[in-house]
Design a protein. Structure first.
Lengths: 114, 887
């Protein structure tokens, strides 16, 4: 059961990570976590560790690439950036997300109206 | 594609060298946590508060690390590797169990791969010639593989289905490489197209071809086998062109056959090949290349591309019908059947197939038995591991995961067993290749262990795993958590027991079947040893030689034979001495169709065939063959005197039913003009070609009236056989120092050849029976020992309450006894049903012989009782006070 829930979360988290990298350019994990926190305005409570699982998934699908760099506090850090196929994926997934969430929204609205 | 490869490689790298990727992740996580902590400190927390807040916000580090690790590698592969390592640890922890399991498996799988190696060598392994699948062997009807040379030529020239047809014959010759040094070797006489048709290339020099086979006696050339070239010619690279003497005539060696090429028959090892046109020189005094009635050659051909054996058979039988029409006296009713080459047509193939089928069946039973044994072992082990399994289940392990783990253990055992079996098979085939067979004909006994055998062995191991591993594994994970964890007894005691009961009962059933078959063959071997052979093998020796092979013509040959008889009769200790062309139960009997004079002559296909021997006066007494009526041949029966013969009882009764055959006449063949032979004596029946044959017609003709250069001297003597044989050797060496002898020694020892099939059957099936008994005994032992161990407490209570020894024994043994009875009953049923397949290797014992069953039942009962005894004794020695305090 837990699996079904996390799958939904995984999908959306992957989408948010992709969007972040697309908008902000190369980022390390910490940066991505900050950006999601900031944009979601604390609505989504996020275990920041799960960002790394999402990053590995995206890497294995070839949607992002990674390389080593130096972070703000002069530490060695791994930076991730979106690839071309990642952008394609992002746009198709975004479209899909909007369609589905729109549909869900309409269904829920209809339910409230009754 | 490249990206995919990279992923695969990185996953592999991660699988085995997981630590580096782990440490990189750690670095990343540590950096993240440090940044978070700094941020919280900036927001005003103490460093310690900030640290914990960061950890909270990040979530669990360890689960993340595991998740990443699982993502990076193949989780399936990773857990399999884990399972393997765990299984190895488990097996190492119980070496006794592991050893027992592997040994059981080696017995089961090893028996099968050994038998399969035989099947592979005899049937599956392709002959080392060009496109062997196109080769076919011609058989005349069901029984015989021999055709006459004129018939061969007609088939070769008139059929339209074969791209070539060749003929060959296997013969002993006398080979002399340097002067005066003769040895008896075996050659193929082969038609000129033989090597071309097989598509082999010479290792050295050239082969002979059609031009070397065009005129009788014109081309004395020889091809050496690779083995002979190494052994007798010291691998001389310039051997082509050397001259050797075969039967006293000079031949030029033209080439050497490649290693591994032994012609078309898998079981014969030729030393030489010579052209068929040299037939008269290879077989002195026996010229048959133009005789349609003499069926002496083996014929094989190559199918034209796209022609099926069925079509070829039809085409050849058209020719056969023409021949039957043109030559009714020799070819009436002739019918050609094709068979794969390799085992001398169908003649040998049938019995070999029947025997290997029996072997396969028996080996399969042994495998089944060892699987059952292992299943029993694993079940006992499973019961001991109930607590471990329950604990792992309680901690959240999936049941399928546990089954997988247990199956991995079984698979590991099976693979180990398989590997050991391969070693065993290699060892067996090595031992076989240096085997000395009790025949004068050089037989190929090297077994082919190749990829097929390996695949078969591991397939058997895999099947075994599923057979013995799955049920116990499923049973193991079906535990009730609460009682198991509380160290309590399993409440559903019977649940564990049903499967085990079934296993033990089937073990007893299967081993009973094996026991019956081995008792049957052992009894049949004893029968064979006691058979009335028609001569007395004890107290007599013999030596054989071929005078024609040494260049003796008939006059010199007769003189030699007569002189030898006189000198041998003067040796000390001799009671009787005689000469025959051959003695019964040796390879190479002569037979011919016979018909009674003065009675209607039946058609060719209905003529009786009689085995014919040529004997000198004194032979009957020397061989110990009883004369039932009339007289023996004597010195009156010279060439020119009226032709006479002795016949055996079956001959007399078949040709002259209800009459006194003495004084009656018969002839060879059905031609009324053929010479008539008067019967002057009747001798006892005997066995002539094999121990298992039905009574056959036999006739003994005076050697003086029917010269044969093949000479077997038989001497009945009071001296020990070794001494008597040595004096015969000396005697012959004085008369002709270069004479090669064969089949020397006591007649009893030389029975090894006819007894060979019975001996092999007895050894192999006896061995399998022994294995079966051992496995059944350990199975029963394990069952009872386990029952005692599990019920120590119960027995203790019973004893404390006053049960006596018999009552305790009753509780322990009642079940075993019942199971044994059920198993033996089932085994009897199966053995009765399957017994018929054994009749191919039985002599004088029916497959349903009641005494055999009685013996097997008694043995089985004794084995069960014995294997119960030790654990039962332990049960009796249980000390109630101790056993009650135990838990």
């Amino acid at each position: 059961m837990g699996q079904a829930k996390s799958e939904v979360l995984q999908g959306t988290l992957d989408l948010m990570v992709l969007q972040t990298l697309d908008a902000m350019g190369p980022q390390h994990g910490y940066g991505i976590a900050r950006r999601i926190e900031q944009l979601s305005q604390d609505v989504l409570k996020l275990n920041e560790g799960t960002v790394y699982a999402a990053l590995l998934r995206l890497l294995q699908n070839g949607w992002i690439s990674s390389g080593w760099g130096v972070s703000e506090n002069n530490r060695k850090a791994r930076f991730y950036s979106i690839t071309r196929s990642g952008r394609k994926r992002l746009s198709s997934e975004t479209e899909n997300w909007e369609r589905v969430s729109g549909a869900i929204g309409r269904v829920l609205q209809a339910a409230r109206a009754r | 594609m490249l990206a995919f490869l990279r992923t695969v490689l990185s996953r592999f790298a991660a699988l085995f060298g997981g630590t580096r990727a782990d440490s990189e992740v750690d670095d990343e996580v540590q950096a993240h946590l440090a940044l978070l902590t700094e941020r919280f400190e900036r927001q005003g927390m103490t460093p310690e508060e900030a640290h914990y807040a960061a950890l909270r916000q990040f979530g669990g580090v360890t689960p993340l690390r595991e998740e990443l690790r699982e993502r990076r590698t193949w989780p399936q592969l990773e857990t399999t590797w884990q399972d393997v390592r765990y299984a190895l640890r488990q097996l190492r922890k119980s070496p006794g169990f592991t050893l027992a399991a592997v040994l059981t498996l080696v017995l089961g799988i090893g028996a099968n791969s050994a038998v399969f190696t035989i099947v592979n060598t005899a049937f599956l392994h392709p002959l080392p010639v060009d496109r062997p699948e196109q080769l076919v062997s011609l058989n005349r009807g069901r029984q015989s593989v021999n055709l006459s040379y004129p018939d061969y030529r007609d088939f070769r020239d008139r059929n339209d289905a074969l791209s070539g047809l060749a003929a060959c014959r296997f013969m002993a010759v006398s080979l002399s490489i340097s002067s005066g040094n003769n040895s008896r070797v075996w050659t193929y006489e082969a038609t000129g197209n033989y090597f071309d048709l097989l598509g082999v290339k010479p290792f050295l020099g050239r082969f002979f071809g059609p031009r070397d086979d065009d005129r009788p006696g014109a081309h004395p050339v020889a091809v050496l086998s690779y083995g002979t070239w190494r052994k007798r010619f010291a691998a001389d690279p310039n051997v082509a062109g050397r001259t050797v003497k075969i039967n006293g005539l000079a031949y030029t060696v033209v080439g050497v056959a490649p290693q591994g090429f032994i012609g078309t028959e898998r079981i014969l090892l030729p030393d030489l090949w010579v052209p068929m046109s040299m037939e008269a020189q290879i077989e002195p005094g026996n010229y048959w290349l133009d005789k349609r009635a003499w069926r002496n050659v083996w014929v094989f051909g190559r199918l034209k591309p796209g022609v099926t054996p069925g079509q070829a058979e039809r085409s050849l039988n058209q020719v056969a019908r023409q021949l039957a029409h043109d030559y009714p006296s020799t070819n009436e009713g002739m019918h050609i059947q094709l068979s794969p080459p390799g085992l001398i047509g169908r003649a040998f193939r049938g019995p070999v197939m029947a025997f290997t089928a029996v072997l396969m069946g028996v080996a399969g039973l042994v495998l089944l038995l060892s699987c059952l044994n292992l299943a029993g072992l694993l079940l006992a082990r499973a019961a001991d591991r109930r607590k471990e399994m329950a604990l792992r289940l309680a901690l959240g392990a999936g049941r399928m995961r546990l089954v997988r783990q247990l199956l991995t253990e079984s698979l590991l055992l099976a693979v180990t067993g398989g590997a050991a079996s391969v070693l065993l098979t290699l060892w067996i085939s090595h031992a076989c290749s240096s085997l000395n067979l009790p025949f004068d004909i050089p037989a190929n006994t090297s077994l082919t262990v190749d990829l097929r055998v390996l695949l078969f062995t591991f397939a058997a191991a895999l099947v075994a795993t599923v057979l013995f591993g799955l049920a116990p594994a499923l049973q193991t994970v079906k535990v009730d958590l609460v009682p198991a964890l509380k160290n309590g007894r399993s409440t559903g005691r019977l649940r564990n027991w049903h499967l085990r009961d079934l296993i033990v009962a089937s073990q007893i059933a299967v081993s009973f079947v094996l026991l019956v078959s081995s008792v049957l063959v052992l009894r049949s071997l004893r029968h064979a040893l006691d058979l009335d052979l028609g001569f007395q093998p004890d107290g007599a020796v013999s030596v054989s030689f071929g005078l024609g092979l040494q260049g003796y013509d008939e006059a010199r040959g007769r003189a030699f034979q007569d002189a030898l008889l006189l000198k041998a009769a003067a040796l000390p200790g001799v009671r009787a001495v005689g000469i025959a062309n051959n003695v019964p139960l040796r390879i190479g009997t002569d037979d011919g169709a016979v018909s009674a004079v003065g009675k209607p002559i039946p058609p060719i296909s209905r003529l009786n065939s009689a085995i014919a021997y040529q004997i000198s006066p004194g032979y009957l007494a020397a061989a110990g063959t009883r004369l039932l009526a009339g007289r023996d041949v004597d010195w009156r029966d010279r060439a020119g005197a009226p032709r006479v013969a002795l016949v055996n009882r079956t001959f007399a009764r078949t040709l002259f039913p209800g009459e006194n055959a003495i004084g009656k006449r018969f002839r060879f063949g059905s031609d009324p003009k053929a010479g008539q032979i008067e019967i002057v004596g009747i001798v006892q029946d005997g066995k002539y070609e094999s121990l298992g044959e039905d009574p056959e017609l036999a006739t003994f003709l005076p050697l003086a009236q029917n010269y044969n250069h093949w000479t077997t001297l038989v001497m009945r003597t009071s001296l020990p056989p070794g001494q008597a044989t040595a004096s015969l050797r000396r005697l012959i060496a004085e008369m002709d120092p270069s004479m090669p002898l064969f089949n020397t020694g006591s007649l009893r020892d030389q029975l090894a050849y006819p007894l060979f099939p019975a001996r092999v059957a007895a050894v192999v099936l006896g061995l399998f029976g022994f294995i079966a008994v051992v496995l059944a005994a350990t199975g029963v032992f394990a069952l009872v020992a386990y029952a005692v161990a599990r019920r120590t407490r119960e027995i203790g209570i019973r004893m404390a309450l006053g049960a006596d020894a018999w009552q305790v024994l009753g509780t322990i043994l009642a079940r075993t006894a019942a199971l044994s009875l059920v198993g033996a009953a089932a085994g009897t049923a199966v053995a009765l049903a399957a017994g018929r397949s054994l009749s191919a290797v039985l002599y004088g014992v029916g497959p349903n012989d009641p005494r055999t069953y009685a013996v097997a039942l008694l043995l089985m009962a004794a084995i069960c009782a014995l294997s119960c005894w030790l654990p039962a004794r332990r049960a009796l020695r249980i000390d109630p006070s101790r056993s009650l305090r135990q838990e």
